[in-house]
Design a binder for this molecule. Structure first.
Ligand code: FRU
Length: 675
């Protein structure tokens, strides 16, 4: 994939990601626009409070935009203050408070108002008027209703009454008492015998009521500020066997087991004053406030006396309302489930749409890629064709060059061959002249020597050239014969001895085993020795040192022949090139064909041997040749006469010839007969 297409793919991915984020963002129900209503409930220990909460929750669930945060003060004023402060901190849209007591909660309500949060008071009031709205029944009216009921039930004689009050400091207790006593004071037939301060719970009044009953006989009516305390009082009276003599009136009128309505039905209570919780009304009002809809500050809920005459009807009505509420709840649940389904399906559709878009984009991209690739392929094919044409042309040219080279080389080799015969003839004539002039004029003898030496040199060069061609054509075939390597080496050593003496070179040969016999092609090995020694003599200055060291490595089954000189040496960087054909060393100022060492390596390779060179002080060439004949082709092995050890004495008596060309001379004398 090239830079542009990856850039394109990147852009495409970014667009898709943004698109997916956008779509899924739209699909989610956002909390950002929710109306947050905080509700600080005084406690949830009794059924009346539970009903208030339930009514509020049902109403809230009908408004999906509402988030109702319910806090329970557990009848602990400090806790309720904390709850309201918490709601202020959360910056809810409206706070509904049902205070435990009026005075202690007033300050924190005002704090909320000052923070700009509307506060809705429900049931019990606070001490100030600094709140947004109030919801609840008229508790003075409730007190009055209770008193009026008693008045209705009272006989002509003066009725003796006990009042059981709710928690002092909570507004319903104060107001109910106020209304009740207001009526009582207007009537001559109603006499308040005593009053008990309760805390809304039965347990808080039982003891005191018992004492009062024991003290005051003939009590006709008991008015308790709620049904729970009224029932507690009835229980006390029952224990004292007085329950039939007293008529109990309570407040709340809950439609629950042991709620006010049931107690009236059972005949425990004579009547109960219905006190609505106002839970649903409070939530509706809170919404109006948040939405800036018109609302009244004081929202008074209706109340009614429930006695055996209407208890049944009211119960049925309340049951119906409950049923309706339950059905609304169930319907809301269904709506919620369907809503969720709708959202899931909606999201699925969106995801599918996104996937389709991705698929479509990928398809587009694939088409784009396919087109680009096919274009590039065509281009590549064209380039390939061009390359093939060029390659063929080059191959043709190379072939032509090769044929030309071959022709030139063949011509050159042919000419070299042609040179060899006359040159050999010249050499043999000069050799005869040499013996003729042996005892003659010294100057003339020197001239003849010069002709002889140079002719020898020329012949050696021609032979090397022919060997090179033969080696390149792989035409050399190894003809190994069993040879005493010491005697063989010593023979060649002797050939170079005179030259060494003339130039005062310390020339030595040593061996670790004079009897060691190995298989070598004497002719080829002779050329190798000759080449290595010629080089050594060529680069070693007068008075230097040259040595041949033969080592029989008994354990390694090989022999090493080391040719060391104290010459100028070869620079380290050039050592790896010395066996390359036509390579000329940087410090080689002598005339050299550059094929001698190349040929030597080829000859040693033919022997399955090794030739290595190191150069520190002077140069050291080491040949490593295998012993035995396992590495050779049995068919190639030939028989050759045993060698005689050429001793120094024999050598000194030998003809004075140029030693450096001796081996070539000997072989070539025979070779020429073949040509
Ligand atoms: C419930 C309750 C009711 C009573 C009301 C007065 O907690 O005690 O029984 O009517 O509170 O606030």
């Amino acid at each position: 994939m090239n830079f542009y297409s990856s850039k394109y793919l990147f852009k495409l991915s970014v667009i898709i990601i943004v698109f997916v984020a956008f779509l899924t963002g739209c699909g989610k129900k956002s909390d950002a626009h929710k109306i947050r209503i905080g509700f600080s409930q005084a406690m949830t220990t009794d059924d009346w409070r539970k009903q208030m909460n339930k009514a509020m929750l049902i109403e809230a669930s009908m408004h999906p935009e509402v988030d109702l945060l319910l806090y329970d003060g557990n009848n602990d004023i400090a806790q309720q203050i904390k709850d309201i402060e918490n709601l202020i901190k959360q910056k809810v849209d409206v706070i509904i408070v049902s205070p435990i007591q009026s005075k202690p909660i007033t300050e924190v309500v005002e704090k909320a108002m000052n923070a700009g949060i509307p506060v809705l008071i429900i049931d019990r009031k606070i001490e100030s008027e600094n709140y947004t709205a109030y919801v609840g029944a008229d508790n003075i009216e409730i007190g009055r209703n209770a008193a009026n009921y008693i008045l209705l039930k009272a006989t002509n004689k003066t009725s003796r009454i006990i009042e059981i009050k709710g928690l002092s400091g909570s507004s319903p207790a104060f107001e109910r008492s106020l209304g009740f006593n207001h009526i009582l004071n207007q009537s001559d037939h109603l006499e308040l015998i005593g009053s008990i301060d309760g805390n809304w719970e039965a347990i808080s009044i039982k003891k005191e009521f018992e004492n009062l009953l024991k003290k005051e006989k003939n009590i006709d009516f008991v008015f308790a500020h709620n049904d729970r305390m009224a029932f507690g009082a009835w229980e006390v009276a029952k224990e004292l066997g007085l329950e039939k003599n007293i008529q109990f009136v309570g407040v709340d009128g809950l439609n629950t087991s042991n709620g006010g309505i049931q107690l009236v039905e059972k005949g425990v209570l004579s009547a109960t004053v219905f006190y609505p919780t106002g839970g649903n009304e409070a939530l509706k009002l809170a919404l109006k406030i948040v939405k800036n809809d018109p609302f009244s500050k004081s929202n008074i809920l209706n109340s009614i006396i429930i006695d055996p005459l209407n208890a049944e009807i009211i119960k049925n009505q309340l049951n119906k309302i409950d049923e309706q509420q339950e059905s609304i709840k169930a319907q809301l649940n269904v709506i919620k489930i369907q809503d969720e389904k709708y959202y899931t399906q909606g999201n699925m559709i969106k995801i599918l749409a996104v996937l389709l878009i991705i698929l479509f984009s990928l398809a587009l991209y694939s088409i784009y890629s396919a087109v680009t690739i096919s274009r590039k392929k065509k281009l590549l094919e064209l380039t390939n064709q061009k390359i093939v044409i060029q390659r063929n042309q080059i191959a043709k040219q190379v072939n032509i060059i090769k044929i030309n080279n071959e022709a030139k080389f063949n011509f050159f080799t042919g000419i070299s061959h042609e040179f060899k015969t006359p040159l050999t003839l010249i050499l043999s004539s000069v050799e005869s002249l040499k013996s003729d002039f042996q005892n003659k004029d010294k100057k003339l003898r020197n001239e003849v020597d010069l002709i002889f030496n140079n002719s020898k040199r020329l012949l050696r060069l021609i032979n090397q050239l022919l060997d090179f061609k033969k080696s390149e054509d792989n035409n050399f075939r190894l003809k190994p014969s069993k040879t005493n390597i010491w005697k063989f080496s010593k023979g060649i050593f002797q050939d170079f001895k005179r030259e060494a003496k003339k130039r005062n070179i310390d020339f030595t040969i040593t061996t670790t085993n004079e009897n060691l016999e190995i298989y070598i092609d004497r002719n080829l090995m002779d050329k190798v020795y000759f080449n290595l020694l010629s080089n050594a003599f060529k680069f070693t200055p007068n008075n230097g040192e040259i040595s041949i060291t033969i080592k029989d490595h008994k354990n390694a089954d090989c022999v090493s022949i080391c040719f060391a000189d104290s010459g100028i040496g070869i620079p380290q960087g050039e050592l790896q090139n010395v066996f390359t054909a036509f390579y000329q060393g940087s410090n080689n100022y002598r005339n050299s064909s550059g094929i001698g060492l190349h040929l030597s390596k080829n000859f040693i390779d033919l022997h399955q041997g090794k030739i290595e060179v190191i150069s520190k002080k002077g140069t050291e060439f080491t040949l490593t040749l295998l012993k035995g004949k396992l590495h050779l082709n049995e068919k190639d092995i030939i028989e050759e006469p045993l060698l005689n050890l050429v001793e120094e004495a024999d050598y000194l008596e030998a003809e004075d010839i140029n030693l450096s060309n001796k081996s070539v001379e000997d072989k070539d004398k025979y070779t020429i007969l073949f040509y």
